[in-house]
Design a protein. Structure first.
Length: 160
């Protein structure tokens, strides 16, 4: 018989790591507020929320790796804001943050959600950090919790 597996973003009993970049702090602090509020709303105990601050989005994957491994978090979220400048630096930082985050998730098998805004200007970023376009920090926590719960279900299906 067909098996359909899905899960809800329930944070009860889970330990959540949040890596947040200080670069463009006016944006990332709002993402962090949204992320912490989502943890609280979804039942993650305050003592089970670990926030690691890093200089910029480029450093997020390394902090995510430590949160997933040494800190044994059940789910990890990375938060940052990369805003396009006049050089290609933007592209390198975006690629490092996204590729690195994906790699940490696959290598450690820990659910990791990507809450890094990649925008053309500050207004676009602020809109997505608690403004008109929602809060991507909140969305990232919901995605990470859903994946953590899905992992529990998938891993509890007996192999044939
Ligand atoms: N880091 C960001 O998080 N956002 C940016 O927009 C950004 N820009 O534009 O340069 C940025 N650069 C710093 C980078 O993430 C590293 O911290 C730095 O290169 C040191 O490794």
């Amino acid at each position: 018989m067909r098996k359909e597996l899905h899960a809800e973003p329930d944070g009860r009993g889970l330990k959540v790591g949040i890596a947040v970049a200080r670069f463009n702090e006016v944006v990332t602090e709002r993402l962090l507020e949204g992320a912490i509020a989502a943890c609280c709303e979804r039942g993650v105990a305050d003592a089970d929320v670990i926030v690691a601050r890093v200089p910029g989005a480029f450093e997020l994957p390394q902090a995510a790796l430590w949160l997933a491994t040494t800190m044994r978090c059940d789910a990890v979220v990375v938060l940052g804001a990369v805003i396009r400048g006049e050089t290609s630096h933007y592209d390198y930082v975006c690629a490092a943050a996204s590729d690195g985050t994906l790699r940490v998730g696959l290598d450690t098998k820990t659910p990791i959600a990507f809450g890094v805004l990649t925008c053309d200007n500050l207004a676009q970023a602020l809109a997505r950090a608690g403004g008109d376009a929602g809060n991507k920090g909140t969305d990232a926590v919901l995605a990470a919790l859903e994946m953590a719960q899905l992992k529990l279900r998938v891993c509890s299906v007996a192999p044939r």
